[in-house]
Design a protein around this ligand. Structure first.
Ligand code: HEC
Ligand code: HEC
Length: 328
């Protein structure tokens, strides 16, 4: 109905947050945990370094849930101190992404989760080895049976459990969300001015929706080319369409205060330099230090409730568990 009265609306609404639905960014809803037992198993697997060849690297090594779901490194460190090719995106709110990875090559969280275990530059195990490790541990077999009603642990079950856990990693109740829901005192005048500038400058053309990103692929360097410090080609690697060269999944800006450094090559060490680069190369705008500071202040209001839970206690290995190989 409201759209029938755009002028009246503009007058009565001004900059108020009375109608979150009209804002380009929407509040994040708390996770609905449909299968807590499966999520709990997935949590253990997410934290279990025995899914890696070394017995040392877990999903949480690179997606540290104490640090915004990232490793806060330019690019990740994998097996044997392997230098990763690309920055690790956060797993927080990754269930809201249209697809996974910077180039979207995995369609779902479940598709994604099998990749790192067997990636030689990451966890460097094999699915066969990781499964035989789990299968050797009676407490895992019992828990798996409770969840999947099967004695045989499979990649499908392991990745499904991890994905189910990841679906719980949403971060509601950011101050910005409180503001969107009508609490006008949730933002300071500077933060609100930053949000207005963010919208008016055109940032929301790409960073929109509940995750303020994650829902489209866009070119890195629309107005000015971006010189990356890594060889990633972007979406063209998946579609083989030259028009997609240097298109990347727009990252979420949720919790962006915690997920430094920025960009797929991790080249921007501070939020202020990321904002400066975005203004210049995506929109042809040079922000003053004051404008930059306002946008950064706004972006920091996107930090929501971080996942909070008991650290999972993992069942111990035993005589029949394949030994870790940390140095091969
Ligand atoms: C050695 C570091 C490392 C480990 C270990 C690791 N990841 Fe990642 N993860 C990355 C990097 C780097 C990327 C980005 C790769 C790309 O886009 O090409 C990524 C991407 C992702 C994404 C996509 C997020 C997005 O926004 O696109 C998810 C989800 C994810 N990892 C979950 C996991 C899970 C689950 C595990 C454990 C099974 C895991 N990761 C283990 C480094 C790691
Ligand atoms: C044309 C689409 C587009 C516009 C407009 C745009 N961005 Fe981006 N933004 C992207 C893409 C794509 C990336 C990831 C690029 C990469 O790493 O190669 C990104 C990355 C970022 C990052 C880094 C996030 C991270 O986790 O690495 C920040 C911060 C950011 N944008 C803020 C802004 C701000 C502020 C504006 C407005 C001044 C803006 N963006 C405008 C598409 C856009």
């Amino acid at each position: 109905m409201r759209s029938l009265f755009p002028i009246a609306l503009a007058i009565t609404m001004t900059a108020s947050a009375a109608f979150a639905a009209d804002e380009p960014i929407q509040p994040i809803a708390a996770a609905k945990i449909a299968n807590p037992a499966m999520a709990e198993l997935g949590k253990k697997l997410f934290f279990d370094p025995r899914l890696s060849k070394s017995g040392f690297i877990s999903c949480n090594s690179c997606h540290n849930l104490s640090m915004g779901g990232t490793d806060n490194l330019k690019t990740s460190i994998g097996h044997n101190w392997n230098k990763g090719p690309i920055n690790a995106p956060t797993v927080l709110n990754s269930s809201l992404n249209l697809a996974q990875f910077w180039d979207g090559r995995a369609l779902t969280l479940q598709d994604q989760a099998g990749g790192p275990i067997a990636n030689p530059g990451e966890m460097a195990s094999t699915h066969t080895l990781a499964l035989s490790v789990l299968q050797s541990i009676p407490a895992y077999v019992a828990e798996y049976k409770k969840v999947f009603n099967s004695d045989k642990i499979t990649v499908d079950g392991v990745t499904k459990a991890i994905a189910t856990f990841e679906e719980t990693l949403v971060t509601p109740n950011a101050r910005f969300d409180k503001w969107l829901k009508g609490d006008k005192k949730a933002l300071t005048a500077t933060e609100l001015a930053g949000y207005e500038l963010f919208k008016d400058s055109g940032c929301t053309a790409c960073h929109n929706g509940a995750a303020a990103g994650g829902n489209t692929y866009q070119k890195m360097g629309v107005v000015e080319p971006y010189t990356a410090s890594s060889p990633a080609e972007g979406r063209v690697a998946v579609t083989k369409d030259e028009a997609d060269r240097f298109f990347f999944k727009v990252p979420t800006l949720r919790n962006v205060e915690l997920t430094y450094p920025y960009f797929h090559d991790g080249a921007a060490t501070t939020l202020s330099s990321a904002v400066d680069t975005m203004g210049r190369i995506q929109l042809g705008k040079k922000f003053s230090a004051e404008e930059n500071g306002k946008i950064v202040a706004f972006l920091k209001t996107l930090t929501g409730d971080q996942p909070a839970f008991m650290l999972p206690i993992l069942p111990p290995s035993n005589d029949s568990t394949p030994q870790p190989k940390p140095f091969d």
